[in-house]
Ligand binder design. Sequence first.
Ligand SMILES: *[C@@H]1O[C@H](CO)[C@@H](O)[C@H](O)[C@H]1NC(C)=O
Ligand SMILES: *[C@@H]1O[C@H](CO)[C@@H](O)[C@H](O)[C@H]1NC(C)=O
Ligand SMILES: *[C@@H]1O[C@H](CO)[C@@H](O)[C@H](O)[C@H]1NC(C)=O
Ligand SMILES: *[C@@H]1O[C@H](CO)[C@@H](O)[C@H](O)[C@H]1NC(C)=O
Length: 405
Amino acid sequence: MFSVTSQLIFVTLALGVATSPVIVVDRSPILSLPLKRVNNFTSGHDILARDLARVQLFRDRAKARATGQPVKRQSSEPVSNQVVSYVASVGVGDSDSQFQLVVDTGSSNTWVGANKPYNATSTSTNTGDAVFEFYGSGAFIGTEFIDRITLSSSLVINNQSIGVASDSEGFEDVDGILGIGPVDLTKGTVENVDTVPTVTDNLFAQGTIAQNLVAISFQPATTEDDNSGQLTFGGTDSSKFTGEITFVPKNGDYWGVTQTVTYGSTSILSNTNGIVDTGTTLILFEQTAFDAYVTATGAVLDETTGFLTITTSQFNALQNLNFNIGGTTFSLTPNAQIFPRSLNTAIGGNADDIYLIVGNLGPSGEESYNFVNGYAFLERFYSVFDTANNQVGIATTPFTNATTN
Ligand SMILES: *[C@@H]1O[C@H](CO)[C@@H](O)[C@H](O)[C@H]1NC(C)=O
Ligand SMILES: *[C@@H]1O[C@H](CO)[C@@H](O)[C@H](O)[C@H]1NC(C)=O
Ligand SMILES: *[C@@H]1O[C@H](CO)[C@@H](O)[C@H](O)[C@H]1NC(C)=O
Ligand SMILES: *[C@@H]1O[C@H](CO)[C@@H](O)[C@H](O)[C@H]1NC(C)=O
């Protein structure tokens, strides 16, 4: 809707007050840390199951808040392990012991101990309060500690509340989570505490970063392991995006933004909240929108992988999938709509077939949870999660139009 500059001018002129423009950290690796992509799937069904479990959790949490009841997972629901994650190496304690933490915009507690044991050091304080959180891909229970977190030599957080897991499930290949979602998601997770400031909140409160926001850069994956992601605190990295960043107000409890989606000129979704989420792999549409996309592309569901598939001639005729956000159209090219061919066999597919990255969320549920922009979107667009101004920013990148796949 507004660019940062026009928003600043608007607010300044209209209200006579200054707001904080988003700071561009010019090529500053010091406020950034690299993210490594970790894949653990043997079938497209694993990816879809994990994505659907995550949205179910979003819905369950909303229901829990509305009724004042704690979130309960049905005991019949299997735990789906993390299948695709972006992981940062994070130092904890006085000796900076390194933990591999999943960077998650859809949850806000930071915790360790899923694999590598945490040992208290001179910077650690045990508060004795219990911590507990569910994820689409599992859960952990443990004790709250206050400790020092070292994200990089310039990004050190003193007195960060962390969970130390005594038990966890679904996190077999990582040590825990670096939660960079909105702080309200921490409500009710730590005994005797209302909300727990996130790592971003504390970096800002301690004067380490100039603005309370994080920005994420991913690139389309072509190999199973990939180290090209980047998480930047306190500003944006101009080398990672092109053009202007479009900022729009955040909706709801997650990093959701209102979007209108078209495939070519076919309407898919109109003014619908889409959750921009690093914890989801695909682009997920509720049934009606999914059906509209299937009809327009001619795709069929491939039982083996669980993904949509199209023929080569359908691929050649594929049109852009357009996301209109705040008046700017962000288009996923035909190439950006297909699962990386180099990973086809990793999802149980045929190397030469073409699979699509749009998944079916099923019948519409709670209003705010019918559409998710997962990695398939974030690998093509830069994203900014701006707590200070309660908004989300999206920009094109050098990879938006890449024919990587
Ligand atoms: C904690 O101590 C155990 C036992 O000495 C060791 O195996 C483990 O690696 C330590 N954890 C960290 C994070 O240093
Ligand atoms: C961290 O906590 C200690 C002990 O309570 C206190 O002395 C120190 O000032 C705190 N540091 C920050 C940055 O809050
Ligand atoms: C991958 O996920 C499976 C469960 O689906 C889990 O048992 C296994 O430990 C994970 N592999 C790695 C390397 O984490
Ligand atoms: C992508 O390609 C389209 C069509 O050629 C062009 O209009 C657009 O500016 C390109 N976007 C970027 C980010 O390069």
